[in-house]
Ligand binder design. Structure first.
Ligand SMILES: Nc1ncnc2c1ncn2[C@@H]1O[C@H](COP(=O)(O)OP(=O)(O)OP(=O)(O)O)[C@@H](O)[C@H]1O
Ligand SMILES: [Mg+2]
Length: 283
Protein backbone atom coordinates (compact mmCIF):
# COMPACT_ATOMS: atom_id res chain seq x y z
CA UNK A 1 0.00 0.00 0.00
CA UNK A 2 1.31 3.47 -0.86
CA UNK A 3 2.11 6.07 1.77
CA UNK A 4 -0.68 8.34 2.94
CA UNK A 5 1.57 11.31 2.26
CA UNK A 6 4.90 11.71 0.49
CA UNK A 7 6.90 14.90 0.16
CA UNK A 8 10.04 14.99 -1.98
CA UNK A 9 12.37 17.93 -1.78
CA UNK A 10 9.46 20.31 -1.32
CA UNK A 11 10.24 24.00 -1.49
CA UNK A 12 8.01 27.05 -1.20
CA UNK A 13 9.08 30.67 -1.22
CA UNK A 14 7.12 33.87 -0.90
CA UNK A 15 7.88 37.14 -2.61
CA UNK A 16 7.55 39.92 -0.03
CA UNK A 17 7.99 43.66 -0.19
CA UNK A 18 11.28 44.94 1.23
CA UNK A 19 10.54 47.56 3.85
CA UNK A 20 13.05 50.40 4.04
CA UNK A 21 12.98 52.21 7.36
CA UNK A 22 16.49 53.59 7.10
CA UNK A 23 18.37 55.79 4.64
CA UNK A 24 17.60 59.27 3.41
CA UNK A 25 14.05 60.54 3.10
CA UNK A 26 14.49 60.56 -0.69
CA UNK A 27 15.52 56.88 -0.83
CA UNK A 28 12.60 55.95 1.42
CA UNK A 29 10.17 57.86 -0.79
CA UNK A 30 11.65 56.17 -3.88
CA UNK A 31 11.22 52.80 -2.17
CA UNK A 32 7.55 53.57 -1.51
CA UNK A 33 6.98 54.56 -5.14
CA UNK A 34 9.07 51.76 -6.67
CA UNK A 35 8.96 48.99 -4.08
CA UNK A 36 11.68 46.34 -4.00
CA UNK A 37 10.88 42.71 -3.34
CA UNK A 38 12.75 39.85 -1.74
CA UNK A 39 12.29 36.10 -1.79
CA UNK A 40 11.52 34.52 1.59
CA UNK A 41 11.92 30.73 1.75
CA UNK A 42 9.10 29.29 3.86
CA UNK A 43 9.84 25.58 3.45
CA UNK A 44 12.92 24.03 1.84
CA UNK A 45 14.09 20.56 0.90
CA UNK A 46 11.40 18.70 2.86
CA UNK A 47 11.50 14.97 2.17
CA UNK A 48 9.43 12.62 4.31
CA UNK A 49 6.50 10.24 4.22
CA UNK A 50 3.56 9.49 6.49
CA UNK A 51 2.16 5.96 6.79
CA UNK A 52 -1.60 5.28 6.56
CA UNK A 53 -3.11 5.51 10.05
CA UNK A 54 -0.12 7.37 11.45
CA UNK A 55 -0.39 10.53 13.55
CA UNK A 56 2.50 12.70 12.41
CA UNK A 57 3.38 15.84 14.33
CA UNK A 58 5.17 18.97 13.16
CA UNK A 59 6.74 21.11 15.88
CA UNK A 60 8.47 24.39 15.19
CA UNK A 61 8.84 27.98 16.35
CA UNK A 62 6.66 30.77 14.97
CA UNK A 63 7.36 31.37 11.28
CA UNK A 64 9.20 28.07 10.80
CA UNK A 65 6.94 26.91 7.94
CA UNK A 66 4.36 24.61 9.61
CA UNK A 67 1.22 26.24 8.19
CA UNK A 68 2.86 26.67 4.79
CA UNK A 69 3.50 22.92 4.67
CA UNK A 70 -0.10 22.17 5.69
CA UNK A 71 -1.39 24.54 3.00
CA UNK A 72 0.85 22.93 0.36
CA UNK A 73 -0.48 19.48 1.27
CA UNK A 74 -4.07 20.77 1.18
CA UNK A 75 -3.58 22.17 -2.37
CA UNK A 76 -4.09 25.77 -1.22
CA UNK A 77 -0.53 26.70 -2.25
CA UNK A 78 1.59 25.45 -5.13
CA UNK A 79 5.12 24.20 -4.37
CA UNK A 80 7.97 25.95 -6.20
CA UNK A 81 9.96 22.74 -6.36
CA UNK A 82 9.61 19.09 -5.43
CA UNK A 83 6.50 16.96 -5.24
CA UNK A 84 3.78 16.07 -2.74
CA UNK A 85 1.46 13.10 -3.13
CA UNK A 86 -1.55 12.12 -1.02
CA UNK A 87 -2.35 8.40 -1.32
CA UNK A 88 -0.47 8.46 -4.61
CA UNK A 89 -2.23 11.55 -6.02
CA UNK A 90 -0.11 14.55 -6.88
CA UNK A 91 -1.28 17.76 -5.17
CA UNK A 92 -0.67 19.79 -8.34
CA UNK A 93 -1.75 17.44 -11.14
CA UNK A 94 -4.58 15.63 -9.27
CA UNK A 95 -5.72 18.54 -7.14
CA UNK A 96 -9.42 17.63 -7.18
CA UNK A 97 -8.74 14.00 -6.34
CA UNK A 98 -6.57 15.08 -3.38
CA UNK A 99 -9.30 17.41 -2.12
CA UNK A 100 -11.72 14.48 -1.91
CA UNK A 101 -9.33 12.62 0.37
CA UNK A 102 -8.36 15.34 2.81
CA UNK A 103 -9.79 17.94 5.12
CA UNK A 104 -8.10 20.65 7.12
CA UNK A 105 -8.66 22.51 10.36
CA UNK A 106 -6.73 25.74 10.60
CA UNK A 107 -5.98 27.70 13.74
CA UNK A 108 -8.29 30.51 12.58
CA UNK A 109 -11.12 28.58 10.94
CA UNK A 110 -13.46 30.69 8.77
CA UNK A 111 -17.18 30.58 9.48
CA UNK A 112 -20.35 32.54 8.88
CA UNK A 113 -20.24 33.92 12.40
CA UNK A 114 -23.85 35.09 12.44
CA UNK A 115 -25.04 31.55 11.72
CA UNK A 116 -25.22 28.70 14.22
CA UNK A 117 -22.92 25.67 14.35
CA UNK A 118 -25.57 23.50 12.68
CA UNK A 119 -26.21 26.10 9.96
CA UNK A 120 -22.49 26.33 9.23
CA UNK A 121 -22.24 22.56 9.14
CA UNK A 122 -25.30 22.41 6.89
CA UNK A 123 -23.57 24.80 4.47
CA UNK A 124 -20.45 22.60 4.46
CA UNK A 125 -22.54 19.44 4.04
CA UNK A 126 -24.30 20.86 0.99
CA UNK A 127 -21.01 22.04 -0.48
CA UNK A 128 -19.65 18.51 -0.18
CA UNK A 129 -22.89 16.94 -1.41
CA UNK A 130 -23.44 14.93 1.79
CA UNK A 131 -26.64 12.95 2.35
CA UNK A 132 -29.09 15.22 4.23
CA UNK A 133 -30.51 12.21 6.11
CA UNK A 134 -27.09 11.21 7.36
CA UNK A 135 -24.95 14.27 8.11
CA UNK A 136 -27.05 15.88 10.93
CA UNK A 137 -26.75 12.71 13.05
CA UNK A 138 -23.04 12.47 12.27
CA UNK A 139 -22.54 16.13 13.19
CA UNK A 140 -24.30 15.93 16.54
CA UNK A 141 -22.48 12.70 17.36
CA UNK A 142 -19.08 14.28 16.59
CA UNK A 143 -19.92 17.46 18.52
CA UNK A 144 -21.13 15.58 21.58
CA UNK A 145 -17.97 13.43 21.53
CA UNK A 146 -16.02 16.70 21.41
CA UNK A 147 -17.90 17.88 24.48
CA UNK A 148 -19.96 20.69 22.89
CA UNK A 149 -23.28 21.05 24.71
CA UNK A 150 -26.41 20.46 22.67
CA UNK A 151 -27.93 23.88 23.41
CA UNK A 152 -24.90 25.57 21.85
CA UNK A 153 -25.56 23.99 18.45
CA UNK A 154 -28.22 26.53 17.52
CA UNK A 155 -26.63 29.71 18.87
CA UNK A 156 -24.82 32.09 16.50
CA UNK A 157 -21.15 31.10 16.32
CA UNK A 158 -20.10 34.62 17.29
CA UNK A 159 -21.65 33.93 20.72
CA UNK A 160 -19.54 30.80 21.22
CA UNK A 161 -16.07 30.85 22.76
CA UNK A 162 -13.02 30.33 20.54
CA UNK A 163 -12.61 26.81 21.92
CA UNK A 164 -16.21 25.93 21.07
CA UNK A 165 -15.77 27.35 17.57
CA UNK A 166 -12.64 25.25 17.18
CA UNK A 167 -14.65 22.14 18.04
CA UNK A 168 -17.17 23.05 15.33
CA UNK A 169 -14.25 23.41 12.90
CA UNK A 170 -13.03 19.92 13.82
CA UNK A 171 -16.56 18.55 13.34
CA UNK A 172 -16.84 20.24 9.94
CA UNK A 173 -13.57 18.66 8.82
CA UNK A 174 -14.69 15.21 9.99
CA UNK A 175 -18.09 15.33 8.24
CA UNK A 176 -16.45 14.34 4.95
CA UNK A 177 -14.76 11.34 6.55
CA UNK A 178 -11.30 12.33 5.28
CA UNK A 179 -8.57 9.72 4.85
CA UNK A 180 -5.99 12.38 5.66
CA UNK A 181 -6.82 14.96 8.31
CA UNK A 182 -4.63 18.07 8.42
CA UNK A 183 -4.79 19.86 11.76
CA UNK A 184 -2.98 23.18 12.04
CA UNK A 185 -2.74 23.90 15.77
CA UNK A 186 -6.11 22.28 16.52
CA UNK A 187 -5.95 22.90 20.27
CA UNK A 188 -4.29 26.30 20.48
CA UNK A 189 -6.28 28.53 22.83
CA UNK A 190 -8.35 25.70 24.28
CA UNK A 191 -8.68 25.18 28.03
CA UNK A 192 -7.12 21.97 29.43
CA UNK A 193 -10.42 20.06 29.45
CA UNK A 194 -11.34 21.04 25.87
CA UNK A 195 -7.78 20.29 24.79
CA UNK A 196 -8.04 16.79 26.18
CA UNK A 197 -11.47 16.28 24.57
CA UNK A 198 -10.09 17.22 21.15
CA UNK A 199 -6.97 15.10 21.66
CA UNK A 200 -9.05 12.07 22.76
CA UNK A 201 -11.23 12.59 19.72
CA UNK A 202 -8.21 12.57 17.37
CA UNK A 203 -6.97 9.33 18.94
CA UNK A 204 -10.45 7.77 18.66
CA UNK A 205 -10.74 8.76 15.00
CA UNK A 206 -7.47 7.05 14.21
CA UNK A 207 -8.49 4.02 16.24
CA UNK A 208 -11.98 3.65 14.76
CA UNK A 209 -11.47 4.74 11.16
CA UNK A 210 -7.74 4.50 10.62
CA UNK A 211 -7.61 8.19 9.73
CA UNK A 212 -4.12 9.48 8.98
CA UNK A 213 -3.42 12.72 10.80
CA UNK A 214 -0.79 15.40 10.22
CA UNK A 215 -0.88 17.97 12.99
CA UNK A 216 1.10 21.03 13.93
CA UNK A 217 1.33 22.11 17.52
CA UNK A 218 3.30 24.24 19.95
CA UNK A 219 2.30 21.91 22.76
CA UNK A 220 5.05 19.37 23.45
CA UNK A 221 2.81 17.29 25.72
CA UNK A 222 0.22 17.09 22.97
CA UNK A 223 2.89 15.98 20.48
CA UNK A 224 4.10 13.35 22.87
CA UNK A 225 0.62 12.13 23.71
CA UNK A 226 -0.71 11.95 20.15
CA UNK A 227 2.10 11.51 17.67
CA UNK A 228 3.73 8.32 16.45
CA UNK A 229 6.50 10.42 14.91
CA UNK A 230 7.42 14.06 15.20
CA UNK A 231 9.32 16.33 12.81
CA UNK A 232 10.96 19.42 14.23
CA UNK A 233 11.06 22.23 11.70
CA UNK A 234 13.18 25.36 11.91
CA UNK A 235 13.62 28.02 9.22
CA UNK A 236 11.66 25.83 6.79
CA UNK A 237 13.85 22.74 7.19
CA UNK A 238 13.40 19.59 9.24
CA UNK A 239 16.11 19.45 11.88
CA UNK A 240 14.91 16.10 13.26
CA UNK A 241 12.30 13.44 12.52
CA UNK A 242 11.68 10.42 14.72
CA UNK A 243 9.45 8.96 17.39
CA UNK A 244 9.23 11.15 20.52
CA UNK A 245 11.11 8.43 22.46
CA UNK A 246 13.98 8.28 19.94
CA UNK A 247 14.23 12.06 19.75
CA UNK A 248 14.63 12.18 23.52
CA UNK A 249 17.22 9.40 23.42
CA UNK A 250 19.19 11.14 20.67
CA UNK A 251 19.39 14.34 22.65
CA UNK A 252 20.12 12.82 26.03
CA UNK A 253 22.68 10.38 24.53
CA UNK A 254 22.81 8.13 27.56
CA UNK A 255 19.10 7.60 27.97
CA UNK A 256 18.91 10.22 30.69
CA UNK A 257 15.38 11.46 31.15
CA UNK A 258 14.71 14.55 29.02
CA UNK A 259 11.42 16.07 27.91
CA UNK A 260 10.37 16.71 24.32
CA UNK A 261 10.45 20.39 25.21
CA UNK A 262 14.16 20.14 25.99
CA UNK A 263 14.70 18.26 22.71
CA UNK A 264 12.93 21.07 20.91
CA UNK A 265 15.12 23.73 22.49
CA UNK A 266 18.31 21.83 21.74
CA UNK A 267 17.43 21.03 18.12
CA UNK A 268 16.20 24.48 17.22
CA UNK A 269 19.53 25.87 18.36
CA UNK A 270 18.36 27.62 21.48
CA UNK A 271 20.36 27.24 24.64
CA UNK A 272 18.97 25.52 27.64
CA UNK A 273 19.18 27.25 30.91
CA UNK A 274 17.92 25.82 34.15
CA UNK A 275 16.35 28.17 36.63
CA UNK A 276 17.16 26.02 39.60
CA UNK A 277 13.71 24.44 39.75
CA UNK A 278 14.31 21.81 37.05
CA UNK A 279 12.37 23.97 34.63
CA UNK A 280 14.11 24.89 31.41
CA UNK A 281 13.74 28.16 29.58
CA UNK A 282 14.99 29.17 26.14
CA UNK A 283 17.25 32.11 25.49
N1 LIG B 1 1.14 34.49 2.32
C1 LIG B 1 2.39 34.77 2.69
N2 LIG B 1 3.06 35.79 2.11
C2 LIG B 1 4.34 36.07 2.45
N3 LIG B 1 5.04 35.38 3.36
C3 LIG B 1 4.42 34.35 3.97
C4 LIG B 1 3.07 34.00 3.68
N4 LIG B 1 2.72 32.94 4.44
C5 LIG B 1 3.80 32.64 5.18
N5 LIG B 1 4.81 33.49 4.91
C6 LIG B 1 6.16 33.46 5.52
O1 LIG B 1 6.62 32.11 5.45
C7 LIG B 1 7.30 31.77 6.66
C8 LIG B 1 6.61 30.58 7.31
O2 LIG B 1 5.33 30.98 7.77
P1 LIG B 1 4.28 29.95 8.38
O3 LIG B 1 2.98 30.65 8.54
O4 LIG B 1 4.28 28.72 7.56
O5 LIG B 1 4.94 29.63 9.81
P2 LIG B 1 4.35 28.79 11.03
O6 LIG B 1 5.43 27.82 11.40
O7 LIG B 1 3.01 28.25 10.72
O8 LIG B 1 4.27 29.89 12.17
P3 LIG B 1 3.24 29.99 13.42
O9 LIG B 1 3.76 29.05 14.49
O10 LIG B 1 3.36 31.41 13.85
O11 LIG B 1 1.86 29.64 12.95
C9 LIG B 1 7.32 33.03 7.52
O12 LIG B 1 8.53 33.72 7.26
C10 LIG B 1 6.14 33.83 6.99
O13 LIG B 1 6.34 35.20 7.17
MG1 LIG C 1 1.10 28.50 11.55
Amino acid sequence: MSSALECHNTRKTFCVRKEMNEGSILSRVINRLVPKYKIVPAVEGLTFHVEPGEIFGILGPNGSGKSTLIRLISTLLLPDEGSITVFGHDVVKDRLEVRKLINRVSVDAAFFKGLSAMENLSYAARLYGLDKDVWPGMASDILSRLGLEREKLHEPLEDLSRGMQQKVAVARALLTDPLLLLLDEPTTGLDPVSKREVQDFILEEREQRGTTVVLTTHDMYEAERLCDRVAIIDHGRFVALDTPENLKLKVSGNGENVTLEEVFFVLTGKELKYNGKSECVSE
